[in-house]
Design a protein. Structure first.
Length: 201
């Protein structure tokens, strides 16, 4: 089996495994097994999986630097899974929860900070997903890397969004927030070290 074929098969398997939680939670919704507030549960589950895949995407580079394990070829797949879950989360909110009541949605964005942060994260992920293909990489050149650094702001906004959604602040949102904070600190530290190298030389 060639390396190209093996990569395509593994990427396809990653998509199948990645979409399994969405299929499962929608199945639970269609069979009335999401509890007393199924729409809210559906939104939260899709949102949590969005954050999980976003964290997995951000962990690819630190994992390679720290352990030598390289999953760079699958980072785009993880990034697209992040966007697809964010899109499902957003669509559930827009269509099922608010039934496209744009006036109520606009008021929600202004009045509720967690919605503001969630919308910010989604707005950033859209252009990142649109420009994730090879054609856009070639077309944008060096600007592509600069654009995709916005993923760190999306991660921060998503973590704050999840933290503010819950009222009692249970452990899970705090754990995700801490993981994102560590990943952002790692990226910032790497950037600062890179800037200092010419001065030392």
């Amino acid at each position: 089996m060639s390396k190209a074929l093996r990569f395509r098969l593994l990427r396809a398997a990653l998509y199948w495994v990645g979409f399994a939680p969405a299929v499962w939670v929608f199945y639970l919704g269609f069979t009335n097994q999401l509890g007393a507030n199924p729409v809210r549960t559906l939104e939260q589950e899709l949102g949590i999986w969005t954050l999980r895949f976003l964290i997995a995407t951000l962990m690819v580079t630190p994992l390679r630097n720290v352990t030598g394990i390289s999953l760079l070829r699958y980072r785009r797949t993880l990034g697209l899974l992040t966007f697809y879950y964010a899109l499902l989360h957003f669509t559930t909110y827009m269509l099922i929860d608010y039934r496209l009541d744009l006036q109520a949605i606009a008021a929600d964005i202004v009045k509720r900070p967690y919605i503001t942060f969630g919308m910010l994260a989604f707005a950033i992920l859209v252009p990142l997903a649109v420009t994730s293909n090879d054609r856009m990489v070639r077309r944008l050149g060096g600007a592509w890397a600069k654009l995709h650094r916005w993923v760190y702001l999306a991660a921060a906004a998503a973590a704050v969004h999840y933290l503010l959604v819950v009222k009692s602040w249970p452990m899970e949102p705090l754990v995700y927030f801490a993981i994102v904070a560590v990943l952002l600190a790692y990226r910032l530290g790497k950037h600062l070290r890179r800037r200092r190298r010419p001065a030392v030389a």
